[in-house]
Write a protein that binds this ligand. Structure first.
Ligand code: GDP
Ligand code: GDP
Length: 436
């Protein structure tokens, strides 16, 4: 199900990121820290009272060397493009400024609901300051204080009133959804075109249910797949579409809607930090992952090149040891046809349930082979293990004391489970719980 999206816009220093952080709160990542992945906090899921939505801080998208006014105009355009509802933030202590009016001008043109907030109204006797803001033409301004957390409930209630009414479910559960992510110019759109151009592939454009769902539905051997966000990968007209933050935003949104994510790397240029970051997001989201090395035609090779490149990838993406790697070329189409079968396998593993009795045999064999660790004289005892979820497969190990299941032993158990059941292409999660 696609969650509604709220975007925050406004000129610099009105308090956008303060408000973003206040609404998002400290969301705890349930997977281990991935080296190299720093959180670009411009996009996050959020819950507020009974509302469940995604939130974008467009202020965090800096657009190169563009002049100040162009930057805030582009941020407003991004908000219009990406969001269901826009929260327009102003500063009650400074009144309406020319830059606010610029933002307003762009937002008028949008057919998206806009809720106006006047921030930094830290105490009730400052509320009179909001009246000037009626002049911006977005109706009643909501007084808030981001730093004190005041008025946010009313503001979000108003925003939620404008959420799309229908509960939109994008596609049937049995349709495999995948996306291609990667930094600009690695060849994502060329790859999509190459896949769509395959003879066995029947393409139909999907009348998407979500705002920007310009996805492609493809049928291969009678089976349906959906390429998420085909449009986002292809269009590169506007200035901001080639900026790093915007491409990260698109990637996060595509990951969210996908079962399987193809992390595309440029074989000609090699791996850079941004590749790791993007892959880290897909891993954190618990999606099945395939590493695609594109432009393999342009690489000068001997019989060792592929092996060496593979080793380099494994060293750089330690946390993606489960992801298969494919070397291909969108240009020559070499090995393009292997993608769909790989996606299918990864998706099957991502949603696979294993039998509890077999699972417990595997765990007990593992423990027999490598005894559980002790800490301060206390030994970890494993009672039983059960699979509690799929997408990705998630296991709970019932133990005497969860603190005793250290990362290295958890990793060992994970490897035994992988040896026994495969799970190629999908992360798996293991949690320890105390047996009551
Ligand atoms: P952004 O550039 O719009 O993202 O603004 P920031 O969130 O970085 O905030 C700019 C400054 O305003 C920071 O110094 C914040 O501490 C301050 N600020 C944010 N919200 C409030 C508020 O509600 N009241 C007051 N007094 N200051 C605030
Ligand atoms: P995107 O920004 O990730 O969507 O990348 P594009 O698909 O626009 O490709 C960027 C550039 O790389 C273009 O000039 C493509 O022609 C080129 N390119 C894409 N795939 C290949 C490939 O397999 N081999 C070679 N040699 N060039 C490629």
């Amino acid at each position: 199900m696609a969650k509604p999206v709220i975007a925050i816009v406004g000129r610099p220093n009105v308090g956008k990121s303060t408000i973003f952080n206040r609404i998002v709160g400290e969301r705890i990542s349930i997977v281990e820290d991935i080296p190299g992945v720093t959180r670009d906090r411009i996009y996050s899921s959020a819950e507020w009272l009974n509302h469940d939505f995604n939130l974008i801080d467009t202020g965090g998208i800096d657009i190169g060397d563009e002049p100040f006014l162009d930057q805030i105009r582009m941020q407003a355009e991004i908000a219009i493009e990406e969001a269901d509802v826009i929260i327009f933030i102003t500063n009650g202590r400074e009144g309406v400024t020319a830059a606010d009016e610029e933002v307003a001008k762009i937002l008028y043109k949008a057919k998206k609901p806009v809720v106006l907030a006047v921030n930094k109204v830290d105490n009730p006797d400052m509320r009179e300051q909001i009246y000037d803001f009626y002049a911006l033409g977005f109706g009643e301004p909501f007084p808030i204080s981001g730093s004190h957390g005041l008025g946010l409930g009313d503001l979000l209630d108003e925003a939620a009133n404008h959420f799309p009414k229908r509960d939109t479910k994008d596609y049937d559960d049995d349709v495999i959804k995948f996306s291609l992510i990667g930094r600009p110019n690695v060849g994502k759109s060329s790859l999509v075109n190459a896949m769509l151009g395959e003879e066995r592939v029947i393409v139909s454009n999907v009348a998407g249910t979500t705002r920007d769902a310009i996805d492609s539905e493809v049928t291969v051997n009678g089976e349906k797949f959906v390429i998420i966000d085909t449009a986002g990968m292809r269009k590169k007209g506007k200035v901001y579409e080639s900026t790093e933050k915007y491409s990260v935003l698109r990637a996060l949104r595509a990951i969210e809607r996908s079962d399987v994510v193809l992390v595309v790397i440029d074989g000609e240029e090699g791996i850079i930090e941004q590749d790791k970051k993007i892959a880290g997001y897909a891993h954190e989201a618990g999606r099945a992952i395939i590493i695609v090395v594109n432009k393999w035609d342009a690489v000068e090779k001997d019989e060792k090149t592929m092996k060496t490149f593979e080793q380099t990838i494994r060293e750089h993406f330690l946390f993606l040891d489960y992801a298969p790697i494919v070397f291909l070329s969108a240009k020559t189409k070499k090995r393009i046809h292997t993608l769909i079968p790989m996606i299918k396998v990864a998706s099957e593993n991502h949603t696979r349930r294993v039998e509890t009795s077999v699972l417990n045999d595997v765990i007990m064999d593992a423990v027999a082979m490598n005894p559980t660790p002790t800490d301060k004289g206390k030994r970890l005892k494993i009672y039983y293990t059960t699979q509690v979820a799929v997408g990705p497969p998630t296991f709970v190990v019932f133990v005497n004391d969860p603190e005793l299941l250290h990362f290295s032993y958890e990793r060992f158990l994970e490897n035994r489970v992988r040896d026994a059941f495969g799970f190629e292409g999908t992360p798996i999660k293991i949690f320890a719980r105390e047996r009551k």
